[in-house]
Design a protein around this ligand. Structure first.
Ligand SMILES: Cc1ncc(COP(=O)(O)O)c(C=O)c1O
Length: 411
């Protein structure tokens, strides 16, 4: 009689995992309040949310946008980054971290990630700096804060901007200070899968009043505060958030600290329960991270030691009742967009930007750590970490069961 559920045995874990999003009467009431007020457009609730979200991250200014993607694009534009400039980004992230750079006609340069944090590697960033480099975009991957001490030092030495991509890190802190305004500015996403959501939405945080003013102008059609409505100063766009979104986000924000604590406690339970499995490489927290958000809980598999493929391990875990995700399945630069294999012919400026003065060829980019990580990593989504501690114990038992029956798994 086989033990593994994949082969017909009983599953180790019969948990109904929490679903997402989470809402209750506070969201319902907040949305109805906006509806009944008749004030649906870019007003008091948006301002209230911007202040509250900024304060939660120890930042002075918050400027909401339509998405994390447009928040990144706005931040780059407001910092004056454009044609001919290079911006260093990691390849283990969502497309927007790099595509935002292309959208402002600058060139993304990929630096590798660290194997133990999955965040941008400051040593490789230093190797990739050129006279054209204007900014670095570290991603706080899964909520793990990138090494902001090193990035601040590198930025000072080379006169670069730091834009934190905090689209997974609502509430994370580095040395007691919220992410987002640790660099020049930081961006967050409120898209449907995110730990605080209004289906779509984003925000830029900064402590720089001038930068905040520029961002606000780009988001609001190039207008300037206190100037006539039909006077436009910058080539901005309409990236304004609605009052409905802000009302949802205010309700979601009030729940976030308790949810973050629960996720962090359950993550610690996973660390404690899984630490004795050498073929399972957990992503330990940097001790300088004083508060940690978890958009997901990534772990790496030592596939050589296991002698089992990631797909089989994932299927076996699913059969035991534990859903996981492969997550980013390729370094960003392997996408058709960067490999120029997309179906509408070669990409246009800036991949062939005359202002850049150099050929841009992503077919030769090689970030070995990222290339290994995309092959051997699995993610537990943040909803799993909202479950009861007993459910996390059942999850741990399911993983331990796979390790106890590796012979069956290999057969
Ligand atoms: C790391 C990262 N950056 C940027 C974004 C873009 O955010 P949005 O989907 O709100 O445009 C995402 C969204 O998944 C992300 O994960």
């Amino acid at each position: 009689m086989p033990s593994l559920a994949l082969l017909g045995g009983p599953p180790a874990c019969t948990v109904n995992w929490p679903t997402w999003p989470v809402w209750d009467d506070s969201e319902r009431r907040a949305l109805l309040d906006v509806l009944d007020s008749g004030k649906w457009w870019y007003g008091a609730r948006v301002q209230q949310f911007e202040r509250a979200f900024a304060a939660f991250h120890d930042a002075e200014f918050g400027i909401t946008t339509t998405s994390g993607t447009t928040a990144l694009e706005t931040a780059l534009l407001a910092l004056g980054i454009g044609a001919g400039d290079e911006v260093i980004v990691p390849p283990y992230t969502f497309l927007a971290t790099a595509s935002a750079v292309l959208r402002v006609n600058a060139v993304p340069v990929f630096a590798d990630i660290q194997p133990h944090t999955l965040c941008l590697d400051p040593d490789d960033v230093e190797r990739k700096i050129s006279p054209k480099t204007k900014a670095i975009i570290p991603v706080h991957l899964a909520g793990h804060v990138a090494d902001m001490d090193r990035f601040s030092t590198i930025a000072r030495q080379h006169n670069l901007y730091v834009i934190e991509d905090a689209c997974h890190a609502w509430g994370s802190q580095w040395r007691g200070k919220g992410v987002g305004a640790l660099g020049d500015c930081g961006v967050f996403s409120f898209q449907a899968s995110k730990n605080i959501t209004s289906a779509e939405g984003g925000i830029i945080l900064t402590n720089n009043a001038e930068l905040a003013r520029e961002c606000r102008s780009y988001v609001n059609c190039g207008r300037r505060e206190g100037k006539p409505w039909y006077e436009h100063f910058l080539l901005g766009s309409n990236l304004r958030m609605t009052e409905f979104q802000a009302a949802l986000l205010l309700a979601q924000l009030s729940r976030l600290p308790a949810q973050n604590e629960r996720r962090a406690a359950n993550a610690q339970r996973l660390f404690d329960g899984l630490r004795d499995l050498p073929a399972l490489r957990l992503i330990q927290n940097d001790p300088r991270i004083t508060r940690r958000a978890y958009h997901f809980f990534p772990f790496r598999l030592d596939l050589a030691a296991l002698q089992v493929s990631r797909a089989r391990f994932k299927d076996a875990l699913a059969a035991e009742g534990v859903p996981t995700m492969i997550g980013y399945d390729r370094p960003l630069y392997k996408n058709p967009l960067f490999q120029r294999t997309w179906d509408r012919g070669p990409a246009s400026c800036p991949i062939s930007c005359p202002f850049y003065g150099l050929p841009v060829d992503y077919t030769t980019v090689h970030c070995p750590v990222c290339e290994a990580v995309v092959q051997d990593t699995l993610w537990l989504f943040h909803t799993i970490l909202l479950a009861e501690p007993a459910a996390i114990d059942a999850l741990i038992a399911a993983i331990l069961k796979l390790f106890d029956h590796l012979d069956e798994l290999r057969s």
